[in-house]
Write a new protein. Structure first.
Lengths: 231, 231
DNA sequence: CTATGTGAAGAACTTCACAGCT
DNA sequence: AGCTGTGAAGTTCTTCACATAG
């Protein structure tokens, strides 16, 4: 019941086959969660798809469709109960267990990520920080003692539950680090180096590239007649 | 009342109507540019859509389609001339003029961005850095003397060619900063604060949210049967 | 009477096949 | 002969309309 939350045991004829969920739905789910968490904290108890639409700027039909991929979370005539929607969203996104992550690269960016991670809800936990600069190894970043990348492999072998690797190293060494992470069973990689990494199918890969973001902005500034931004 | 169906007729499609370019095309353009710049630097002079596809993992049909939105840059039977494709892509993306940008927030993230911006091709230039922390104001970050956010408005009025604002402040103050930037004629905003900013239509807006990225990874780690990642 | 959930229509985007240059 | 450029087909995603549940 937890895992394959097949919709409805009604007299639905719908088989719910492979059911490919659009990537954009997953992205939007995180926006809904953001809003719902904020409102939950404020003590608001209910929200309609129209209100959720208002907050997120995502069309209310789409809000309902997105949620309906995963179940029936609302009450007709009423809307969605915020605490329960929050719980459902966290469940869908896999945030009920804590994902352990390592950060590789203790430069400004790595430090920013580590610092920021303090604000992350349970769901993610940074467990170690690595760098190749002898001047940084051994130093403290928040509560972490920076380790040598030469110990990364050993660390991962000793801590096989580490799920996510965050790459905050220069482009030149990013693929090397990625390979190391992958070879040692990491399941997801979040890359901040401005380079496209080659990663096998089964490893979840996401990349944040400042240059790309700026170039996209440049395009839309330069061509104001072109609309639409997702990012 | 509806727009007329422009479904292709015999020989009459060079009309170029409103021609909406997919957002994803723009994102891919930046990937092509990345590859083409790398190869150009290496002295490679020509590339086919198949090779570009290989490098970027983007289907070669799509490579050609994306480029064809903007013109005919290739030579049939040969491929694309790298220096000229590079020039074309930069032109399309609006990178032939330098966009001036300010960074607001001189914490780790802001500093990482400033540091990184040194590697940016001409196309972007950070012109000033602001923070609200009296302890930071006046200090040096790379070549910039950090200014007070209280001078942001004045700065923008005095430097109206500033096109882009990069927000690297905590969530709580991000909307305030955004409003200030917008009120003073900024054209594009790149937001790193984990909050959805309300921004008018005409301002180009892009957001990088670590939480969202991690949550998306969490989803795909948790549901390995779901495929597809764009990010 | 209200707001959800969803099949179906409609758009948007991607893939394909091949015409068209070189 | 080879690789681009592009209409058309195919697929996926979004919007819509309305039956449905409270």
């Amino acid at each position: 019941m937890m895992e394959k939350k097949i919709t409805a045991q009604r007299k639905k004829q719908k088989e719910l086959p492979a059911l490919q969920i659009p990537y954009s739905t997953i992205v939007r789910l995180t926006h809904y969660l953001r809003v719902v968490e904020k409102l939950d904290e404020l003590g608001v108890s209910n929200i309609s798809s129209a209100e959720l639409s208002e907050e997120t700027k995502i069309n209310s039909f789409l809000v309902r469709k997105d949620l309906s991929y995963f179940g029936e979370f609302g009450t007709r005539g009423v809307g969605y109960d915020i605490p329960s929607l929050r719980r459902e969203l966290r469940g869908i996104l896999g945030l009920t267990k804590t994902h352990k992550a390592v950060v590789v690269g203790a430069g400004n960016l790595g430090r920013a990520l580590i610092h920021y991670s303090g604000f992350l809800d349970k769901g993610f936990e940074i467990t170690a920080v690595f760098d190749s600069d002898p001047g940084k190894i051994g130093s403290k970043v928040e509560n972490f003692q920076v380790r040598s990348v030469f110990n990364l492999e050993e660390y991962l072998k000793g801590n096989p539950e580490t799920a996510i690797g965050i790459i905050a190293v220069p482009a030149a060494s990013a693929q090397f680090i990625a390979n190391l992470l992958i070879a040692n069973g990491i399941k997801g990689i979040l890359n901040f180096a401005p380079i496209t990494l080659q990663v096998p199918e089964e490893v979840v890969y996401s990349s944040v590239d400042l240059t790309t973001h700026l170039e996209i902005i440049s395009f839309y500034i330069t061509h104001p007649e072109a609309k639409k931004m997702n990012g």
